[in-house]
Ligand binder design. Structure first.
Ligand code: B12
Ligand code: SF4
Length: 605
């Protein structure tokens, strides 16, 4: 069982002033999300920090963003912005309920809308208990409290709902990408949740569930609902979303075994609907847009005659051009992508950079060659440098290239990206099931090779978490930081050391990691993380040079990798794939088949 932090006990609504009941009896359906998932200023980094830092480090956020809790309201007190997930639940419900029966509000305003009339409180959540990838790992490394700030605020929201004087009259339904965390930790009672929905709100089963709840019927604890199978089944927000998130694709197609979103059907959404949602955001005061996707490069190439891993350059450039040129869009942020497309079509990267850099709010002064030092920083999965491990967990991650060439694809892709001022955040998974020292050493080799070549990615290592419903759901990797080997610790600390190279471009990374790393170790981390942590931490802190640590036999300094160039990677492609390459990128083999003339261009527009 997960116990509430001292903080959340102190702030528990039972001890807070009681409110007058809403004059209109409240809304029949009240939608909400944790404050930390709804806030929409200061860029993506703040939410990622809230998910990764433990609650005792909240002061760091408060000092940097004293007003981070301030949110904007509509005239009726409802939320001006909400995560896209909440907006879609709202939109889905609008097919059946009147708009004055449904409201989306911030947790602090729940008392204004929950009244005797309320029958459902629906919560959307991304990561309520922090038991996912990086988030859980970092809070546990820091020790003291395992509760990430986001989780604290999610609990605070559930406590508010639990203590409502009308709690007996309504059902609490939870959904969103973090719903599985409630199921896995069995925290239904503790958080006062009746039902967790896994899947999309558009589905008829979701509507049926709301109907039942309104009629006061018992709900099942867990409901799995169907994902729409085609573009027409997906709805779009017509109000403002947090960070201007608008969906671009669902699914992926590369079939990594640990991945949840890949379980959804591969769909690229129609341009006209994306654009309507962009305009709706702008109309409601948003200046920022971000297209949510697992891999932006599949858009425009889903179910065409060309395999999805050969990006549709024209379609992508056309879509992004229309977005950043929409009057009122001042900022645009990329979400996720894969790295092989940068090797497949470097000219696409260049054209996108020309379009997107001027509207990027991200600045990397030391790294960027852009006149205003702007940069693009999508999230990309690197996961492992071990070909053996890559074959096991993500054999298609680098298609059209062979997974045997994964380190070369990463290095070549990163070169192309960096040359165009893309400095991605790249995630690595440490402690995959069956990971040997040799596998970790190969990942360390790749990380050192990135450094040796002067390339840059913000490397975000996390510990393997078996995610619900994935093909690795039943596997166990490392469950406690104490179990990490010396090499695994070294990989983690080397990544963070490298992230600090270009200086303080990210305020929270250095802050979180450098703040008294040695002092903290002496005080607490030594016991918490075990003896294998000691030398890697010394390496990270810079107290002893890596050369000396290697000489002392305390660390492994990666060996130089022999990797393929773009030309060599292309030469290794099968003839059936070669014909989809664009000759204007160069590096074509002399006797290759003529490229396919048209790339099913604009297929998705
Ligand atoms: C945009 C995004 C972000 C943004 C903005 C998030 C925000 N608050 O709006 C940023 C960069 C800040 C972010 C941060 C993080 N993210 Co994020 N993010 C995404 C991304 C790309 C899109 C999310 C989205 O808005 N999708 C569109 C909406 C419409 O989909 P949805 O929310 O799932 O909603 C649908 C259903 O879930 C359902 N639904 C939603 N709510 C409800 C409620 C009810 C009652 C019902 C019935 C149904 C329902 O209906 C909706 C469709 O109709 C997803 C990947 C993806 N493609 O989903 C990752 C993803 C959700 N993020 C993920 C992670 C891990 C994180 C971080 C923990 C990363 C980190 N370590 O920092 C943090 C957590 C942030 C926090 N505050 O705690 C993981 C979630 C893994 C998990 N929970 O198991 C995902 C799946 C990425 C991945 N491939 O791993 N993220
Ligand atoms: S490339 Fe990313 S989104 Fe696609 S299957 Fe692999 S992990 Fe999932």
């Amino acid at each position: 069982m997960i116990t509430p932090s001292k903080e959340s006990k102190r702030k528990s609504p039972e001890t807070q002033i009681t409110h007058e009941p809403p004059a209109d009896g409240g809304r029949m359906i009240v939608l909400t999300a944790p404050l930390t998932e709804a806030i929409d200023h200061a860029g993506y980094f703040i939410q990622m920090a809230l998910a990764s830092l433990p609650i005792w480090m909240e002061g760091v956020i408060n000092r940097k963003y004293p007003k981070w809790r301030d949110v904007e309201h509509n005239p009726d007190g409802s939320a001006r912005y909400m995560p896209a997930g909440v907006r879609l639940v709202e939109k889905s419900l609008s097919r059946e309920y009147r708009s004055d029966d449904v409201v989306a509000c911030y947790p602090d305003d729940l008392h204004k809308f929950i009244g005797p009339r309320t029958r459902v409180v629906a919560v959307s959540t991304h990561n309520p208990l922090g038991v996912t990838f990086a988030a859980g790992v970092y809070t546990s490394i820091f020790g003291s409290s395992k509760m990430p700030i986001n989780s604290h605020y999610a609990r605070d929201l559930f406590a508010k709902v639990k203590s409502s004087p009308y709690r007996k009259n309504f059902k609490v339904i939870v959904g969103g990408s973090g719903g599985w965390q409630i199921i896995q930790t069995n925290t239904y009672e503790e958080l006062s949740i009746d039902c967790v929905v896994e899947g999309r709100s558009e589905s008829v089963e979701t509507l049926e569930l709301f109907r039942k709840a309104i009629q006061g019927e018992e709900l099942p604890r867990r409901v799995e609902v169907q994902h729409p199978m085609d573009r027409d089944g997906i709805l779009f927000p017509d109000t403002r979303t947090t960070f201007g998130v608008v969906e671009m694709t669902t699914g992926c197609g590369r079939r990594c075994k640990f991945c949840v979103p890949d379980l959804n059907p591969q769909i690229d959404l129609p341009k006209d609907k994306i654009m309507e949602a962009v305009r709706a955001n702008v109309r409601n005061g948003n200046k920022q847009i971000s297209l949510a996707t697992e891999d932006m490069f599949i858009w425009g190439q889903v179910h065409t005659d060309t395999p999805f891993y050969f990006p549709n350059r024209e379609a992508l450039v056309d879509l992004y051009s229309d977005i950043v040129n929409t009057p009122g869009v001042e900022q645009h942020v990329l979400s996720h992508c894969t790295i092989a497309p940068a090797v497949v079509d470097p000219l696409l990267i260049k054209q996108l950079s020309d379009l997107l850099l001027p509207k990027s709010p991200i600045h990397f002064p030391v790294l960027s060659s852009h006149p205003q030092k702007k940069a693009l920083a999508p999230l990309i999965g690197l996961e492992t440098g071990s070909v053996r491990m890559a074959k096991q967990i993500m054999s298609s991650k680098g298609v059209p290239f062979s997974i045997e060439d994964w380190p070369s694809v990463v290095l070549e892709g990163l070169r192309v990206l960096n040359e165009n001022n893309w400095f991605p955040a790249m995630t690595l998974i440490i402690g995959n099931p069956g990971e040997t020292d040799q596998d970790t050493m190969e990942t360390i080799d790749l990380v050192y090779e990135i450094e040796r070549r002067g390339l840059f990615a913000f490397l975000v290592p996390s510990i393997f978490t078996p995610l619900h419903d994935t093909r690795m759901e039943k596997e166990t990797g490392v469950t406690q930081t104490k179990q990490l080997t010396k090499l695994q610790w070294q990989l983690m600390m080397k990544c963070w050391k490298m992230n600090l190279r270009p200086g303080q471009y990210s305020w929270w990374g250095p802050m979180a990691w450098r703040v008294g790393s040695l002092g903290m170790w002496l005080y607490k981390l030594r016991r918490l993380n075990g003896p294998n942590f000691t030398w890697p931490l010394l390496m990270f802190s810079g107290a002893v040079s890596e050369k000396n640590l290697q000489r002392m036999g305390k660390i492994y300094r990666g060996k130089p990798l022999k990797v393929k160039t773009r030309r060599e990677l292309i030469a290794s492609l099968k003839p059936k794939d070669l014909r989809y390459l664009r000759a204007d990128n160069g590096d074509m083999p002399m006797e290759s088949a003529p490229p396919v003339a048209a790339h099913a261009a604009m297929a998705a527009t």
